[in-house]
Write a protein that binds this ligand. Structure first.
Ligand SMILES: [Zn+2]
Length: 326
């Protein structure tokens, strides 16, 4: 998460989401721990771990914190078959010069190489992108590795968005970070046109398979509404915390009812929104308050997500017992 650059008024949110939609979203919310009643006869397809927003850095013993999280996941008695990351692997590369970005990526890659033996799939976050804020990062944009290339290289990904199958489910990893059209040094949430068309094709080719989206910025979340209200009592939601192309993404999901679940990070908060047949889960943060302790209700943790053959989903948020270091 990052300070919002562009803002959407509450009126705009209601217009974008539709007043009825917003009400349904509110009424469908439940907090962490509360789960819908179990569905009889369903069978678990796969258990995955979702660890988002580790924000690794040399300070505050974050390297040991990430290792503690990875060990905790792997020591579960009912061990997940797959590890999904949720982006913001590094504290920040967006506003940092090469040396600092490079150092953090080296720490991240070493941690996963040395401390994890689960199959892992990575999703990019805003802080993973090197140098988009050219002023602060002192970059020009022509450096090797600039932008998303550094994270793709370090995570050995060909593209920032891709899909795969596991445990009878189809997984779609989305790249939710776009350049802010009003500020070339900033970002907003959503999909660019090329990725959107790819997603349309990928969903069309997998119509009969229960599908999960993995995204850094939430497609839908109520945590984003837990925000400052200005002097006119107008709620401001930044384009940096939600998909700015929500209307077309919503339509695409409605046309593809096999999409059952969306996992997100970015907010360092825990929420669950049931809307139009899709379960949207925002899954806290490994680093909680960026390694400074709890952030609202969120301690340092990760989510265990059980996906069932009937398309239903259960999530538990697991804190790994980290105590913030000075
Ligand atoms: Zn983020």
């Amino acid at each position: 998460m990052h300070e919002p650059r562009t803002t959407m008024s509450r009126r705009d949110v209601l217009r974008t989401f539709g007043a009825g939609a917003a009400l349904t979203a509110f009424s469908g919310v439940s907090l962490a721990g509360a789960q819908p009643a179990a569905t009889a006869g369903r069978k678990r397809s796969i258990r995955v771990a979702h660890m988002t927003d580790p924000h690794i850095q040399p300070e505050r013993d974050a390297v040991a914190g990430v290792a503690a999280c990875l060990h905790h996941i792997q020591s579960q008695a009912d061990k997940p078959a797959l590890l999904l990351t949720g982006g913001d692997h590094v504290m920040d590369a967006f506003e940092e010069p090469f040396e600092r970005a490079d150092l953090q990526w080296k720490l991240l890659c070493k941690s996963f190489k040395d401390e994890n033996s689960l199959p892992v799939r990575y999703c990019l976050g805003n802080h993973d992108i090197w140098g988009w804020n050219k002023g602060k990062s002192k970059t020009t944009g022509s450096e090797s590795g600039w932008g998303k290339t550094m994270s793709l290289d370090r995570l050995e990904l060909k593209k920032p968005y891709y899909s795969f199958d596991a445990g009878g489910w189809h997984f779609v990893v989305l790249d939710s970070i776009r350049v802010d059209p009003d500020d070339p040094n900033g970002y907003v949430g959503g999909l660019d046109d090329e990725q959107f068309e790819w997603l349309r094709g990928d969903l069309a080719a997998n119509r009969t398979v229960n599908t999960l989206f993995l995204t850094h910025i939430p497609i839908l979340s109520v945590s984003v509404l837990d925000t400052k209200v200005d002097k006119n009592m107008d709620m401001r939601v930044g384009g940096g915390v939600i998909y700015t192309d929500w209307p077309r993404v919503k339509r695409l999901m409605q046309e593809n009812t096999q999409v059952k679940c969306v996992l997100s990070g970015h907010m360092h908060r825990i929420d669950r929104v049931e809307f139009l047949g899709v379960t949207h889960l925002c899954n806290g943060a490994v680093s909680a308050n960026w390694w400074k302790g709890r952030h609202y209700e969120t301690g340092e943790g990760y989510a265990l997500v059980d996906l069932y053959d009937d398309g239903s989903v259960e999530r538990q948020y697991v804190e790994f017992g980290w105590k913030a270091r000075p």
